[in-house]
Structures are given as C-alpha cells and as structure tokens.
Design a protein around this ligand. Structure first.
Ligand SMILES: [Zn+2]
Ligand SMILES: [Zn+2]
Length: 247
C-alpha cells in the first residue's frame, strides 16, 4: 500500500468516525451540516464556488464570457507556447475554492482529497475529457517538499481519477528533479524559464506511445503544466491533457 493510499484510507476512516462523534461541518466556514444533506460544504459556501461550466477555453481551460471556439486559444493563451493539447478546470481558483485548496495543500487536510477529487472526477466525466487517454500522471512535488508535507496533493487527486476511469496511474511517470524557486513573485515569461528542465521521466516506458492525463490541484499561468507536458512528450508521450481543480 502506498502512503497516499494509506493516508486516503486513514482519512476516510477518521472522517467516518468523526461523523459518529461530531456532526459534520462545512470545510470552508465550519457551519454545522447536521441538519442538511450536504457532505462537505454548506449551501452558501458551495454557491460561492464559480464552476466553469461550458464557457472555458478548450486550450488553456480559462473561464471566459461567451466562449468562441478557436484553434489558437483565447486572449490569455494565444501567445503562449503550451506543450499540452487541452486543459480542463473545475472552477475558478478564487475565494472558497482557493481556501479549500490551501487547506488541502498547506494545512494537512488530506481528507479534502475526497471532496476535491469528486469534483474533478465529475468534471472530467461531464466533459468526456479522459476519452481516448491511456494513462494518468500526477504533477510531482520535489522529493524534499513531499517529505515535508507528508503527501503529494496532486497524487491523491490523480488516484481518484485513475480509479473512476479505470486508467492506470503511472506512479513514476514524472519526477521533479530540480527544486525551483517560488513562482509567485515571477512575471509570466520568467515562470516558464524558471521551470525549464525541472522535471524528468524515470521510466519512459510508462508513457512512451501513450496519451497522458496530467492531474494537478491548480493551473495558474500554465507554466508548470506546460513544462511537465513538454518533458512527458520528450519521453515519448503522444499527447498530454491537463485536468485541475482550480483554474
Ligand atoms: Zn460554509
Ligand atoms: Zn486559452
């Protein structure tokens, strides 16, 4: 059993136990869910998540006004060289969703992988986004970062997607071989430069000749996903699509 599977099972078990002892609470605001059918979020918090629906760029996944399909992408991405073919996000990375993803990544709330993973699976299913794909790869953390955190949040999400669509998860599909300085203070073009050569594919046979679904928690500029996709394609992947929760 992998650590992520153990963590998932342990958090599911502790959630079940907590439900017996304490009523359920909204992950975002803490309101009691005891008198509702809601499992994760209260209705007001849920209504503050801006789901992307049908109005998003098929190339970079960004939400827009009335979407006009275009081969070259949208205003955001048409000038960017992206190594993935398509990107799909669940909802805008802001407000309640941003807070939940922060809790999931930085505050050790591993159990959020259930809620966020379900959102991602539903979205991928609704958009038929996994059709024709062969293998799932999680966006990796550097080994040191993963050791500090105790888990890789993208891998927890990727496991749920792999299970839901009966696709293999390439556990060593991609590795972060170089620690990169924080991206947040860098301008967009510098972000792409900063990541060059940051990933490696330890076992090319896991992706060679395959169409890959790369799973991550968020996609902001697209720099990380694009460099990951470039690396996978250099190792022989024939296509890389990206699925994320926050876009
Ligand atoms: Zn709430
Ligand atoms: Zn776009």
């Amino acid at each position: 059993m992998t650590w992520t599977a153990i963590a998932g099972a342990a958090s599911a078990a502790s959630d079940a136990l907590l439900d017996l002892v304490f009523p359920r609470h909204c992950y975002a605001c803490g309101a009691s869910l005891a008198a509702t059918h809601e499992r994760f979020l209260c209705a007001p918090c849920n209504s503050r998540i801006r789901f992307l629906g049908d109005r998003y760029c098929r190339r970079c996944g960004l939400g827009q006004g009335p979407y006009v399909p275009s081969e070259t992408g949208c205003l955001n991405c048409s000038t960017l060289e992206l190594s993935f073919s398509r990107a799909l996000g669940v909802a805008s990375y802001e407000e309640v969703l941003r807070d939940l993803i922060h809790q999931f990544k930085f505050q050790g709330r591993v159990q959020l992988s259930v809620f966020l993973g379900e959102l991602l699976v539903e979205r991928v299913r609704a958009e038929r986004f996994a059709e024709g794909l062969d293998v799932i790869v999680a966006s990796p953390l550097h080994r040191r970062r993963e050791r500090e955190r105790g888990y890789n949040q993208a891998a927890l999400l990727a496991e749920r997607v792999a299970q839901a669509f009966l696709l293999p998860l390439a556990r060593r599909g991609l590795r972060k071989v170089r620690e990169t300085p924080s991206q947040t203070t860098l301008a967009r073009t510098a972000r792409f430069e900063n990541l060059r050569g940051a990933f490696g594919v330890p076992r090319p046979s896991e992706v060679e000749g395959r169409r890959v679904l790369l799973v991550d928690d968020v996609l902001t500029t697209g720099a990380t996903a694009s460099e990951a996709a470039r690396t996978l394609r250099a190792a022989g992947a024939t296509e890389v699509r990206v699925a994320v929760v926050g876009r």
